[in-house]
Design a protein around this ligand. Structure first.
Ligand SMILES: C[S@@+](CC[C@H](N)C(=O)[O-])C[C@H]1O[C@@H](n2cnc3c(N)ncnc32)[C@H](O)[C@@H]1O
Length: 147
């Protein structure tokens, strides 16, 4: 894989330390990465968290209007860059100084608002991922609100 000037690659480890289970897929209007916003917005488009049948009972207790934290797997991202040049930037920064999807474990998070609770998942606003992105987890957002 190519690197841009200023970027550096690391050596990908030859072992895995954990396994993940995708709990569903995220459906968004964003067909390509270039269609996605850099960050989800509260007034962004409606997106569907389509939860696999086995995990649907785990949605119990989630209500319309709830703020949730969504974790997802940026399945189209490379994973080997130590330093990278963010889009629109002129200099490289370390991967852990960025929210880029390019990272050793391409886990993304977004705070979303539940618009409706469906039999097969949730309709939400606030996401920034490509249609079909694997869903990892859903948690209530317990962050204190600003006064
Ligand atoms: C900057 S990341 C931020 C992700 C998340 N909100 C976070 O902060 O952890 C969002 C960008 O990732 C890219 N992206 C979206 N879905 C992706 C996917 N499934 N695989 C790889 N890259 C993706 C798009 O370019 C999008 O603009």
């Amino acid at each position: 894989m190519t690197v841009r000037p200023g970027e550096t690659r690391g050596r990908m480890p030859d072992r895995a330390d954990a396994t993940l289970t995708f709990i569903g897929r995220i459906h968004t209007p964003f067909v390509r990465r270039a269609d996605c916003p850099r960050r989800g917005r509260p007034d962004g488009p409606l997106c569907r968290l389509l939860v696999d049948t086995a995990w649907r009972p785990a949605l119990e207790g989630i209500e319309v209007g709830a703020r949730i934290e969504v974790l997802y797997w940026m399945h189209l991202a490379r994973r080997d860059l130590l330093r990278q040049v963010p889009a629109g930037a002129s200099a490289a920064l370390g991967t852990f100084a960025l929210r880029s999807p390019v990272r050793p474990n391409p886990i993304a998070t977004a705070l979303a608002t539940v618009v409706s609770v469906e039999a097969d998942g949730l309709m939400v606003r606030g996401l920034d991922c490509v249609d079909g992105t694997p869903l990892l987890d859903i948690k209530p957002d317990f962050r204190p609100t600003e006064e």
